[in-house]
Design a protein. Structure first.
Length: 394
């Protein structure tokens, strides 16, 4: 079957939540004194928005085929990513068949390598790649997870990320990952408060519920080691992204230092097979957590995942809603998925990328049937009510 060629690629910017899930209103748990690498500066400690965590906004990529079918995806990257998509990447797609995703990825990556390799540029590449898979699914009238090899289980099971693991337990999730609030600059007092929070949640959640801690790159190896040892007493399952993603050596040391049975996880700010090869070969962690909207898209995640499998490691993607669900359901080494609680409390399950997507499935009682993913492509549509801005054209 010959598919119609790609006619046009467009990039838009959207504000207010969605794929840029840190772009929330005042009082949201996700912006409440969470430890970051910027916490060493008192003026940027109380709120992550104060240092610009939400400065970019969401990138929307649309890819239109000659027959009028449109594939789309959302990720972060905002206006600078829109520039890269329109002015640089679009040329590698227009006039080509959507089946050529390998060659297209290769050309996007190597043409931008002199200023790219990670971060924003790979965000932009990921957005294009996901929009391409969405288009391919829509043209073939199949969900993306069928194109990736089909489901290896009947349903997904989820842990929840948010400030209320106790509520997550009541909502049926298998575990709760909470944000760390105080970094090394807040000294012994901050450490005491961090431990008290874990102890309090253990008390509220009972002995068996998984409890995890997200440190968002805020710590150093010494602090992370002391925190892990103290948290072990309260049954912490994993310590996540404890130090800088550039410090592979530090992660290897931390993994050797943590108490037996505690897992070290990282990777949401890592990109491409080459970045993850560093984490895997240096034995930096037990679980890798690529974000499919940031690591290079589905095309790259398949390679990262195969590499992890060969190293006997799990892949539990970071957030990323349907883009993660369609992948996780197809892989044995992705036995569960993350659900980022975007309710401000967070006391209710709301769609992760609300309000940008329509038809976005959510877990019920911590689970989601594979059949919830059966619509063509990634199975979602762009909400026509959101204000989209196209800053560049080509
Ligand atoms: C809660 C974390 O600080 C961050 O906002 C989300 C994250 O890293 C995760 O879901 O993992
Ligand atoms: Mg994280």
């Amino acid at each position: 079957m010959t598919l119609p060629k790609i006619k046009h690629v467009r990039a838009f910017v959207v504000r207010g939540g969605g794929a840029d899930y840190h772009d929330q209103g005042a009082g949201h748990w996700i912006d409440d004194h969470i430890a970051t690498p910027m916490s060493r500066y008192p003026e940027y400690r109380q709120s992550r928005q104060s240092f610009g965590i939400n400065v970019l906004g969401t990138l929307v990529v649309e890819i239109e085929a000659e027959d009028g079918t449109v594939g789309f995806a959302v990720t972060t990257g905002g206006e600078p990513a829109a520039f890269i998509v329109e002015k640089h990447l679009a040329r590698f797609l227009e006039g080509r068949s959507p089946t050529e995703y390998e060659k297209i990825w290769d050309q996007m990556y190597f043409s931008t390598q002199y200023y790219g390799r990670k971060g924003l540029v790979v965000n932009a590449i990921s957005g294009v790649d996901l929009a391409l898979w969405d288009l391919l699914g829509k043209l073939r009238q199949e969900p993306v997870y069928h194109l990736l090899g089909g489901a290896v289980r009947d349903e997904l099971q989820f842990y929840a990320t948010g400030a209320r693991p106790d509520v997550a337990k009541e909502l049926g999730f298998i575990g709760g990952k909470m944000p760390l609030h105080h970094g090394p600059a807040e000294g012994a007092e901050g450490m005491k408060k961090n431990i008290a929070m874990i102890a309090d949640m253990r008390e509220k959640c009972g002995p068996d519920f998984w409890l995890m801690l997200d440190c968002w790159m805020a710590l150093d190896v010494d602090y992370a080691t002391r925190l892990a040892i103290a948290a072990h007493e309260h049954g912490l399952k994993w310590i996540e992204e404890a130090i800088s993603p550039d410090d592979y050596w530090g992660y290897a040391e931390l993994k050797r230092n943590v108490p037996k049975g505690m897992l070290v996880t990282t990777g949401e700010h890592e990109a491409t097979r080459w970045g993850f090869r560093m984490l895997l070969e240096m034995d930096c962690c037990d679980i890798i957590q690529p974000d499919v909207g940031w690591c290079g898209g589905v095309t790259e995640l398949l390679k990262i995942s195969a590499l992890a499998d060969a190293h006997g490691k799990m892949v539990v993607p970071h957030g990323s809603s349907v883009y993660s669900y369609h992948f996780v359901i197809t892989r044995h080494n992705s036995p569960f998925a993350e659900f980022l609680m975007m309710h401000p409390g967070p006391t209710e399950v709301v769609p992760m990328f609300h309000p940008q997507l329509l038809g976005e499935p959510v877990p019920q009682n911590g689970r989601m049937k594979a059949s919830a993913l059966d619509a063509p492509g990634f199975g979602v549509t762009l909400n026509p009510e959101i204000a989209m801005h196209r800053p560049y054209t080509h």
